[in-house]
Design a protein around this ligand. Structure first.
Ligand code: EPU
Length: 435
């Protein structure tokens, strides 16, 4: 099994370039379906999830070419309106095909994603919004089959019960080509949704309110391809800020948007870090001693659930007790027993974790069940004495571009071993790749 081996205890110093955001790239890639033609996207992170989304587009009939972080896609023709199980089970975000396929083809067949390691993750709100726009759904054979009577969606007033990120994106992508006006209330406000809206606007969509809890969309008849650069990944950035803090280091991140990280920066300041913000840089200087922080995950602009596991790793080093409450996903503490195996003392009661900080971490073999949990184990390994082996690297490959190279460049003693040579090759390969 492939693994990362970390010899911890070294402060990380230097500069880390931040990649494009996975969770913006995925909806934007599938949104290319809304405008038949040739698309050019830049700052697209080289990640397994991005490859999976390009495979899905390929299956739909839209070939692509990847050159470094640039992606060219041809969505002139759609031959297959389906997101099949073998792709959806690898990447839940395949469910984002629903809205664009309904808008483009008047039908969509998408495998139901089911639950996952962090929670049950239903898609009822996606379906509710798309139904209001005129889609009719039938569930059979593990698939959701959608049809639009008359072929074109109609604008509608939609009130979401939960501010779902991909649900908002699915409904927005459908509404931009619907006939007439849509008012979508109770939507998510994450920066990735704003980036998607900016991309759609560049192609001719009429959208107001992105970044607020209400979107107002005037449907248009057609959209035209337009170039777009994916926004920086705030979760990758937050992860490296914690890497600087947890190792007693001094890191400067480049190519970031500090405003997108406000709740994470607030938590790091409470932990005692010195932060220096530039227009697109953040420098983190670790304190002598880390202070405990209490935090609760919330939809944006609250503290992101995708940074909860990383902050928990940091809190294992704090002088005192921290309390972390997870309100977004019901099962997102799977990293706790693994952090405890490294010497942390964390107890969980329902959706609240208590971290008793200050105990020394010591290397061990650990593995995690999801992407951000894996990141927290790497962070803990960087701070632990001795050698830590993190298994199940496919999670990290889904969401962190060039993780090893970036850590090595700032002084981390990390290496990757793989039984399978194909695994060793990814993600170092940089040549043009047809997907
Ligand atoms: N929910 C419903 N019904 C729905 C949709 C969601 O009840 O129809 C609930 C979920 O069960 C959850 C809450 O709403 O309790 C929020 O889930 P949301 O739909 O916002 O999550 P998502 O869209 O599936 C995206 C990110 C996740 C991130 C969450 C929350 C992408 C591709 N994924 O997921 O990212 O954790 O928003 O911010 O954008 C990650 O990158 O590691 C990751 C898991």
């Amino acid at each position: 099994m492939d693994k990362i081996v970390i010899r911890g205890g070294r402060p990380l110093n230097g500069t880390v370039p931040i990649s494009g955001a996975k969770n913006a790239a995925l909806p934007i890639l599938i949104a290319t379906l809304l405008a038949p033609g040739e698309h050019r996207l830049s700052n697209v992170p080289r990640l397994v999830d991005v490859s999976s989304m390009l495979s899905l587009l390929g299956r739909i009939g839209c070939p692509s070419l990847v050159h470094g972080n640039d992606v060219r896609l041809d969505t002139s023709r759609v031959s297959f309106c389906e997101a099949p199980y073998d792709l959806v089970r690898k990447m839940r975000a395949s469910v984002l095909a629903l809205g664009p396929l309904l808008a483009r083809c008047g039908e969509a067949h998408v495998s139901l994603p089911g639950g996952c390691a962090i929670g049950t993750r239903p898609i009822d709100q996606h379906l509710k919004g798309l139904e209001a726009l005129g889609a009719r759904f039938e569930l059979s054979g593990g698939y959701v089959h959608g049809h639009v009577d008359g072929g074109r969606l109609q604008g509608a007033h939609i009130q979401l019960d939960v501010p779902t990120v991909t649900g908002t994106e699915n409904i927005l992508m459908a509404a931009v080509l619907a006939k007439g006006e849509s008012r979508i209330e109770g939507v998510a406000r994450e920066p990735e949704i704003v980036d998607l809206a900016r991309y759609l606007q560049g192609m001719g969509a009429q959208i107001e309110g992105a970044g607020t809890d209400t979107l107002l969309v005037q449907g248009v008849d057609t959209l035209t391809p337009a170039p777009h650069s994916i926004l920086p990944d705030r979760i990758e950035a937050g992860t490296y800020l914690v890497a600087g803090a947890i190792t007693g280091g001094d890191l400067t991140l480049t190519g970031v948007r500090p405003d997108d990280l406000t709740p994470v920066l607030t938590a790091l300041r409470q932990a005692g870090c010195t932060l220096t913000l530039g227009s697109d840089t953040i420098r983190v200087q670790a304190p002598e001693r880390i202070s405990p922080v209490d935090l609760t995950t919330l939809p944006h602009p609250g503290f992101p659930t995708d940074m909860q596991a990383q902050l928990m790793a940091l809190m294992t080093m704090a002088d005192g007790e921290s309390h972390i409450t997870e309100t977004i996903f019901e099962n997102r503490f799977m990293h706790v027993p693994e952090l405890n195996r490294l010497g942390a003392r964390i107890s969980v009661d329902g959706n609240r974790a208590t971290v008793t900080g200050g105990l020394p971490l010591a290397g061990a073999t650990v593995m995690a069940t999801d992407l951000r949990a894996s990141a927290s184990l790497v962070l803990a390994g960087l701070a632990a004495s001795g050698e830590t082996e993190v298994l199940r690297l496919y999670h990290l490959d889904r969401g962190y571009e060039n993780l090893l190279e970036k850590l090595q460049a700032v002084g981390a003693d990390v290496s990757r071993t793989a039984d399978d040579p194909r695994v060793r090759q990814f993600p170092a390969k940089t040549d043009a790749q047809a997907v």
